[in-house]
Structures are given as C-alpha cells and as structure tokens.
Design a binder for this molecule. Structure first.
Ligand SMILES: *Cc1c(COP(=O)(O)O)cnc(C)c1O
Length: 361
C-alpha cells in the first residue's frame, strides 16, 4: 500500500533530535513562553526574512489574531479566495467581519487579482490571500491593488513555508502573515502550533500581547486578550525540524518533478513558472472522473486525498454567512481535484509506481 501520509514515518529521521530537545525542555522546568519559544521565533523570522515572528497555539489563531490586531470596525469586509480551507474564512467570521469571496485563477488555484478588484467596496478593509498547495499568490499585483485602495494584506502561509514568488518568501509580502505548524504541514510540529511573521513592530507587539491575556507584565492586562501561546516543547521540536525544512521542500519538489514529467496529459497538472518556487504541501491534479480515479487508485493500493471535497460556500456552517455568493470556479476545482502522495517519506520508486498505475487509467 502506498499511503497518502504517515506522520510517524515522516518524523522518523528527526526522532533522536526530538528526544534530546524534549529531555532538555523537560529538565529546564520552564514550559510556557521561555527560551525555546524565543529561539524558534528568532530562527523562523530569520528563515522567512522578516523582522518579527510570534509563536502561537495554532494556524487558526494566527489568522484570528492577525485580523484582531487591526481593530477593524465590525461589519467591515475582507476579501478571501472562494476555494480556501475553511480556517481562513472562520478567522474573518470570528472577528465580526464579513467574508467576501473572490474566485481563483484556474491555472494557479490562487486568488485571481482581477477578481479582487471586482469585489472591492467602500466597506473593504483587507485582503486575505492564501498560498494554496504551496504556491505563492501573484503578490506584486495584489500588493499594488492593496496600496491603491489602502487595504491591509494578510497572507495565509499555512501551506507555503519556504515557497517563493520572484525570489521573496511567503510571509514577507503582507502586513501580518499567518503560519500553521499542524503536523502535516511542510514545517509541522507534533501537536498544534502556529505563528505570525511581520515587519511591523507595533503589530508584532499587539499580537504578542493578545496571545498572552492582553498582558505584557504578568497580572497587568492592557487589552482583552486570549491564551494562544506556542509551548516550549513544540518550539523545541520546531527548531529541530526547521533545520531540515529546505531538505523537506527539495524532496517534495523532486517528487513533484516526476509527476510533472511522467503523468500523461489526461490529468491537469499544476502550473510551473520561473517566477515561482513551489513547495508542494499538496500535489494536486484535476480530472473529470475524479471519484472513479480515486477508487481505481485505492483498488491498486494507492491512497489519495481531496483538498477539499466541499467548497466553502457549500458548507453547512456557512449557510447564512456566505449566502448568494456564487463561486462556480471554486466548485469546479472541488469537484475535480485529487491530491497525490508526496510526503517526505515517499521514495522516487513510490511515485513512479503511482505514475505507472495512473497512466493506465
Ligand atoms: C492548515 C491550514 C490552516 C489552519 O491551521 P491550524 O493550525 O490547523 O489551525 C489555515 N489555513 C490553511 C490554508 C491551512 O491549510
């Protein structure tokens, strides 16, 4: 059986270093907001090329607190891609703001800059972009639209650790940018974890205060805060894994190249372009007979996944929230997309086997 993902196998090469990191942290007797979190924040900011990084409890919180830091007036509109993972949209709703869906470009699966312009109204305050599957959005065009209309930009980088557009890494373009270190992400912890990156000192300070009960000094509360702290143990694991993030990304790029070169043209493959270095958090193809293909692969001992089976505007939770927002392009993607095995533990032989079986479909 070729699995889609196996977190034990994925993390196996790091077990020894994790054990040392765990022992050190355990013996230090300091488990919340200490040296390990500070060290990881510095390392990750330096990896991304940003001035600040603030470690948080998970990716959804990173998105929620990013928006919170701006104190937008309730009811303001935030533009978001119609085919994103639900978390991006939830962060808008949890802030009392209104998600306005903009359709993706079918070539990149990322928000189409032309569609953003169409959705701007007098109530728009921000654009949340999502670097879906590990490909950065067209950030040059998007930032100039934002500047022209005086909108804030928040990047959802949960799938794009280390991905670049025109040589700049994800997490550097927007005002505040959110990362998830959920175990399956390219930089994954072994529990929930997240962070934001920013070059703005004031925003960094507000998010760092918000994550810790709105308090800078213990027991003195300045704002109505949260508890959303990255813990010392996960920070220690993340510092270990960060050293190997480029290796993880290159391995996935090597596997992606095999798919791109050898899968027959019946499958719609991801777009490749010199302006982008993609990190393939997900390697998806599209096919009209997606469900049949998925079942055929499973019959042949190959597990796949779907990101995502239901478009946000068709989710039960979004009834009454995303009403009347038609998103035919997102729905087309959700109906036809299939994610192929591309984990750090997969070998070239595994991928060649998947290709061989797929090409007989
Ligand atoms: C994983 C993911 C998130 C949420 O991260 P969590 O750490 O699970 O809260 C948000 N947005 C996108 C695009 C994701 O893939």
């Amino acid at each position: 059986m070729i699995e889609y993902e196996n977190l034990g196998k994925l993390n196996k090469p790091f077990f020894e270093e994790y054990e040392t990191a765990f022992k050190e942290t355990l013996e230090s007797g300091w488990y919340i907001l200490g040296k390990k979190v500070k060290a990881f924040e510095n390392e990750f900011a330096s990896y991304c090329g940003t001035k600040h990084c603030i470690g948080l409890a998970n990716g959804l919180d990173a998105l929620i607190l990013s928006l919170k830091a701006f104190n937008f007036e309730k009811g303001s509109e935030v533009i978001v891609p119609s085919n994103t993972y639900i978390a991006t949209i939830l962060s808008i709703v949890h802030n009392g703001l209104v998600p306005v869906l903009a359709e993706p470009d079918l070539a990149t699966y990322n928000i189409d800059p032309a569609e953003i312009e169409k959705k701007i109204s007098s109530k728009t305050v921000a654009i949340m972009v999502v670097h879906l599957y590990g490909k950065v959005c067209e950030m040059d065009k998007i930032m100039s639209i934002a500047q022209k209309h005086k909108l804030k930009v928040i990047e959802d980088c949960a799938q794009a650790h280390g991905a670049t557009f025109k040589k700049t890494k994800a997490g550097n373009f927007g005002d505040v940018n959110a990362f998830s270190f959920y175990p399956t992400k390219n930089l994954g912890a072994i529990a929930d974890a997240g962070a934001v990156t920013t070059n703005d000192r004031e925003l960094a300070e507000s998010i760092s205060t918000l994550r810790n009960y709105g308090s800078k000094e213990k027991y003195y509360n300045e704002t109505v805060g949260y508890n959303s702290r990255l813990d010392e143990v996960q920070a220690a694991f993340l510092s270990v894994k960060l050293k190997y993030l480029d290796d993880i990304n290159s391995h996935k790029q090597k596997l992606a190249k095999l798919y791109l070169q050898h899968l027959k043209e019946d499958f719609i493959k991801p777009m490749v372009d010199k302006d982008y270095s993609d990190v393939y958090h997900i390697f998806n193809i599209r096919h009209e007979k997606r469900d049949e293909l998925k079942a055929y692969l499973l019959n042949n001992e190959i597990r796949t996944d779907i990101h995502y089976p239901v478009a946000p505007n068709k989710q039960v939770a979004m009834r009454g929230i995303l009403k009347d927002q038609e998103t035919p392009i997102a729905e087309k993607i959700h109906k036809t997309t299939l994610s192929l095995p591309i984990s750090f533990f997969h070998t070239e032989e595994d991928i060649l086997k998947v290709i061989e079986v797929m090409n007989k479909f």
